[in-house]
Design a protein around this ligand. Structure first.
Ligand code: NAP
Length: 323
């Protein structure tokens, strides 16, 4: 079977295709045929920086997310059987034709949700669900500032905030993305890459500042996001790959804000939570309340092109690799 790996850290060019024997599922594991694998910034982090996934020796696997069909189960696995449609948010080596996934990391994909949608929903959908329903449960009337609002995560986050009765101010890097963010429900969209969005966000929130800012866009946006918050606002920071701000002096944090690093894994820390929360996302899709925008599909062998496109900031929505 074909798999994409990296022999060293570097740019997209270090990604190469290799031929591997069919993996065998061990106890508690499931072998899955991958129908679609999601591309995430985390994958770019693993590719660029050898400190990520240091537990793997080179050549390192790539990819964490996907959807497909069970091929075989290992000893002790009773809840899955060959032929079932499944999806997962975290299984290293998902950029492949087949991947071994712990049984507890799989969710069943309902009829009516296709493989591509299921793959696209897992990491970014569960992350958006964490941010807007768990880390800071958006209340009716809240005003939220959402960075990278036309990206895969931003589009899902915008829709979940709207479902909960919030107002969304999106921030995108180019005018081309405004219509995409608005289509997902963003009430206002600011075009900015230089961290100058704060004043506009405060104005659009009626002068008080926003209740919550969701910022995973790197160090450049950090100060503006602080400035955009109202008194007692919440700063949901989430972007380790795009870079952290410099050390923060706690006594310089303004306006009695709450600031935290939200990690999707905490939202799905048990198989029960994973299944309940993924099922809610699938329900929203089936009822038409949540739409998944697939911004690009690439053959598995073109993973390097998918990475380069994502890093170029021209893409919108979710990028998928199709084995
Ligand atoms: N904490 C967690 O649990 C968690 C989970 C998933 C993802 N993340 C983080 O969420 C962020 C988005 O990742 P994703 O995989 O979900 O992809 P995504 O939402 O599809 O992100 C793509 C967006 O990122 C922006 N972007 C691209 N290159 C950039 C750069 N060099 N600097 C600043 N912004 C850039 C672009 O928006 P604009 O060009 O419009 O700004 C693009 O639309 C990443 O920082 C990732 O590490 C965190």
């Amino acid at each position: 079977m074909k798999a994409m790996v990296i022999a060293r850290a570097g740019g997209p060019e270090v990604i190469e295709q290799v031929e591997r024997p069919e993996p065998a599922p061990g106890p508690g594991q499931v072998l899955v045929a991958v129908a679609a694998a999601g591309v995430n910034f985390m994958d770019i982090g693993v590719r660029q920086d050898e400190r990520f996934w240091s537990e793997f020796a080179y050549p390192k696997p790539l990819g964490v997310e996907g959807a497909g069909r069970v091929l075989a189960v290992g000893a002790g696995v009773t809840e899955w059987s060959p032929g079932q449609r499944v999806a997962w948010a975290y299984a290293p080596g998902s950029y492949a034709e087949q991947v071994v996934v712990p049984a507890g990391a799989l969710v069943a994909v309902p009829d009516g949700v296709d493989d591509r949608t299921a793959a696209a929903l897992m990491m970014q959908g569960l992350t958006a669900s964490h941010f807007a329903t768990d880390f800071y449960p958006v209340q009716r009337g809240d005003v939220a500032l959402v960075h990278a609002a036309a990206g895969g995560l931003g589009l899902l986050l915008t829709q979940i905030i709207k479902l909960r009765g919030g107002t969304v101010i999106g921030r995108v890097s180019s005018a081309d993305k405004v219509a995409v963010a608005k289509e997902a429900g963003a009430d206002h969209v600011i075009v900015d890459t230089q961290g100058r969005f704060a004043e506009e966000a405060v104005r659009l929130s009626g002068g008080e500042g926003v209740h919550v800012v969701y910022d995973g866009s790197g160090p450049r946006t950090f100060q503006g996001s602080l400035d955009a918050l109202r008194v007692s606002g919440t700063f949901c920071w989430y972007g380790p790959v795009l870079g952290a701000p410099d050390a923060i002096e706690i006594m310089r944090l303004p306006k009695s804000i709450k600031l935290g690093y939200a990690v999707f894994a905490h939202h799905v820390r048990t198989p029960d939570l994973l299944r309940t929360r993924a099922a809610r996302l699938f329900d929203w899709v089936l009822s038409g309340q949540l739409r998944v925008r697939i911004g690009g599909e690439y053959p598995l062998a073109d993973a390097a092109r998918a990475h380069a496109d994502m890093e170029s900031r021209v893409t919108t929505g979710k990028l998928l690799l199709i084995p």
